[in-house]
Design a protein around this ligand. Structure first.
Ligand SMILES: Nc1ncnc2c1ncn2[C@@H]1O[C@H](COP(=O)(O)OP(=O)(O)OP(=O)(O)O)[C@@H](O)[C@H]1O
Ligand SMILES: [Mg+2]
Length: 222
């Protein structure tokens, strides 16, 4: 699913964001990545999405080597990923349900089925009352939940979620974590970055990876 061997990553300005990352993540795994601001969490997710490439080392995601010169194959691989970006990236001027439907535009759902699945995904994140609201009329936390529904509707093999519970109160945050955990039945792998220590202190299932200064400094099974 994901295999990283001695991966290093620097931005073009020379900032070293990740150092000597070794990871093996399998189908159905639930992984929490935590660490201080600037420690490299988002950078790691960018590598997993093939938005950036390792400067050194070997990285394979869903069978695809993350290397330069394979842009179209990497785009293909990305269709199996459900991303939840830290800044959501919703389409303004569109409703919540339209945004969720956009998440599944690559899948060949019949239009009725697409709408039904989008509505179901919004119910799962507790937004049944906001389905037809324009996203610019939603609160931060509501936008975040639209972004999560949009990732889930793709029926991805891998969910990469950057601080998906950052703007949510405890109940909504736990609801999202439960939703992600339930995807294990479909063998979906979920990788979540989070500062929310209350969510991960008592994790019963899954693995916690702590990054500091671009280095993995703790790995713990829940
Ligand atoms: N586009 C960029 N160009 C140069 N440096 C960058 C870029 N994006 C991030 N960095 C740097 O890379 C390091 C890791 O950043 P990253 O965004 O991965 O941290 P993070 O753990 O996600 O932080 P946060 O918890 O605040 O989201 C930081 O030092 C950051 O300043
Ligand atoms: Mg980040």
């Amino acid at each position: 699913m994901i295999e990283a061997k001695e991966v290093y990553f620097s931005y073009s300005d020379g900032t070293v964001a990740l150092k000597n990352i070794d990871m093996k993540i399998g189908p159905g795994d639930m992984i929490y990545i935590t660490g201080p601001s600037g420690s490299g969490k988002t950078s790691l997710l960018k590598l997993f999405m093939g938005i950036e490439y390792p400067t050194k080392g070997i990285l394979n995601v869903l069978g695809q080597p993350i290397v330069r010169g394979q842009a179209s194959k990497i785009r293909q691989m990305r269709r199996m990923i459900g991303p939840v970006f830290q800044d959501f990236r919703l389409v303004m001027g569109r409703t919540a349900i339209e945004n969720v439907m956009l998440g599944a535009r690559f899948l060949n759902f019949a239009p009725k089925k697409l709408k039904e699945n989008a509505a179901n995904a919004l119910v799962k994140v507790g937004l049944e009352k906001k389905m037809f609201s324009l996203v610019e009329h939603l609160s931060w936390g509501e936008c975040q939940r639209v972004a999560i529904a949009r990732a889930v509707i793709r029926q991805p093999k891998l969910i990469l979620a950057d601080e998906p519970t950052g703007n949510l109160d405890k109940d909504n945050a736990l609801n999202i974590i439960e939703l992600f955990a339930s995807l294990k039945e479909r063998d979906t792998t979920v990788i979540v970055t989070t500062h929310a220590t209350h969510l991960i202190e008592n994790i019963k299932e899954g693995k916690l990876i702590r990054i500091e200064n671009g280095i993995i400094c703790e790995e713990r099974l829940g």
